[in-house]
Design a protein around this ligand. Sequence first.
Ligand code: URA
Length: 456
Amino acid sequence: MVQYMKEMNKGNRLMNMLELIEKKRDGYALNTDEIAFFVRGVTEQSIPDYQISSFLMAVLFQGMNDQETADLTLEMSRSGKICDLSDIPGTKVDKHSTGGVGDKVTPILLPIVASFGVPCVKLSGRGLGFTGGTIDKFESIDGFCTSVDPSEFKSRIDKCGMLLGGQTAELAPADKFLYALRDVTGTVPSIPLIASSIMSKKIAGGADAIVLDITCGSGAFMKDVDSARELAERMIAIGKLAGRPVSCVMTSMEQPLGEMVGNILEMQEVCRTLRGQGKKDVLEVVLTMASEMLRFTNVGKNVSPDELKEKCMEKLTSGEAFEKFGELVLSQGGKLASDGTPVFVDAPFEVMTVFADKDGYVSACDALAVGEASCLLGAGRMKKEDAIDMGAGIRLHRKIGDPVKRGDELYTLYTGTKNPVGDDRIDEALLRMEEAYKISEEPSDAPSEILDVISP
Ligand code: URA
């Protein structure tokens, strides 16, 4: 089937999808009308999946220039509703991460930034493949509701200064269709496709300014610093064209972030961090992201990034950010225990702990392998429709650079109590974890979390 555009394009010729695929396959740039034709066809579901998939593969191999990427982004952002947050006073800064393993930054960052009186509207996604998703993490809290209609944004912000919503079908629906197809056609790791996917949602979400955490390493889509930098530059360029300043923090994802991987386990670590007991790597990323967000607001005017980080750290040690987190949980229907920590839908059940078999130093704790092991235990989805076991995951007792003695705890595997996976999946998860960890005789340095910050 060849898909024709109903209206004429500028050259007064009917446009068809096959020609677009061939043009991209042969390395030519598409014009604004051609990209609009493609995005509309995706949104109206008038282009068959096999042609969309073929087009995505052509983009993966041939790339897109800045203009094409910006056209794709803006058209995708217009494929549904655009949130108007103008009646919420102040600069609305949104953040997004390109995804990773153990990435628990948002639930810590949001209460910190909101405790400065800065309104935070955060639209997040679910985990797919080996990467975790913020929405799933919040839904591990009993009663927490993540489906918030854009018409309620203002009243939610008035209530507690922040909200955490799932990407609705109404915002950038073209991305929803494209992302689902990319996920099953091997076309996720394309820089213009990732850039347009993220930026279209941020623009549709109504943010005035955007701070991006560009993860880089084995547990991220961008495997090396050069591609991460290219992605950052693409998104900054799109932001310029869309009139939204973008700041990019490039972070390492060679090993998982923090100590816990898995939904409830990570939210438990979130609570410890919010009470001032966070791991160094988590704090580094959270404080850098928070200070970048605040720099776009009045709070950050004439204050250096280091001073801003100190102020953010005070919000953690004083308990203010933890209190704010509790307000967020309650405002979205979640339950809190008497000590202010969330009530979870399940409890992690310890399956086994693995110990070091020799003395030395941890020289690898591969994020991809840990993410896959965690998925096998039930913490992530293998397929879009899979249910998640909220209690499942992994605790990493040792990370890169740590000295170990034979018999020291290395990692613990967990499942939930309700949907434990079979022994075969646990065996496979163990194999992945064995591949993930390396112990060497020579000391190795803990990797630096922040690789670069590119601010306007
Ligand atoms: N996150 C997104 O929202 N889209 C991508 O393509 C990759 C990460």
